[in-house]
Design a protein around this ligand. Sequence first.
Ligand SMILES: *Cc1c(COP(=O)(O)O)cnc(C)c1O
Length: 356
Amino acid sequence: MTALLDPTDVPKPTSPGHGDAFTRHMYSLRYAPGHGWHDGQLMPLAELSLHPATIGLHYAQVIFEGMKAFRQADGSVAVFRPRENARRFQRSAARLAMPALPEERYLEGVERVVAADQNELSDHPDHSLYLRPLMFGTDVNLMLRPSDGYRFLVMAFVAGGFFGDTVEAVSVLVSREHSRAMPGGTGDVKCAANYGPSFVAQRAAREAGCQQVVWLDSAEHRWVEEMGGMNMFFVRGTGDDATISTIPLTGTLLPGVTRDSLLRLAARLGHRTEVAPLSVDQWRADCASGAITEVFACGTAAVVTPVGTVRDRDGDWTVGDGTMGPVTAKLRRGLVDLQQGRADDVDGWLHRVPPC
Ligand SMILES: *Cc1c(COP(=O)(O)O)cnc(C)c1O
């Protein structure tokens, strides 16, 4: 079940499967007080041997990241904006009372795996290498306190199927029962504890005939926050005059690298961009009036996913004609072209990794 391995994006049957075609190697690095980060090594991907009282298993002192590496037009392989993920990993660590992993050590782990296993990535344009860094508390101790020791791992799997030009719009259920994040909580970092509790809401969406769940703010249950493990965008107007709008990072949203990339890309393509809150009522009213023409969600795994229909307790509605709109398609294509090295990398977003 893909959602267990990659809860941060749209689960969808792909070929190769999303989250199971692991590559041969992993990178491992350890932390101990007094020693700092040490014992970094590339090793065969293998099971870990963990004491049942490993602290991370009990108290969720576990953080992770998700990035992709892409085969470039010239045959090389490049990771998309990995420094952004390294910095986010540091923010996640700080929030969970874990030591900061220096950006260069994070990159080293990623580069070692990509260098070793890039031959497992075909040059099929639909395929990419999904990279999954993980860090957890390793102390064997059940006192309710932060771990002293930590382990950082990087693993990878070949992902496919997300880039075809026919992208199905998803149906979404507005979750009224469950919240993903709360003020003062951990919604703005990528910690494991955010995702397990979301599965029941995801299941409720499935049972309501929808593919994804839309999260509202936990205080008023009124403001749109995210869709599943993806950030949301709302298109107002059409063509080159369309305004691209997204939700502000209030502290309960995960600051997506894809969100940031699309905001910049949209501006570069000449669109007005806007970061503004949106209530569910306004979303429905603006779809009814035609003011909102397209809606999509974005994240590393599925890139850009159009939203076609919305189900809520007061009734359902359709966004546009219920299929992927032209502005969504243009932004999606623009981002994929950048990631695969077919567009000018003006911002230096591609981090090339030579084979070893
Ligand atoms: C990872 C994640 C995203 C998307 O982040 P990207 O950096 O674009 O992959 C959005 N929302 C949540 C809750 C996430 O965990």
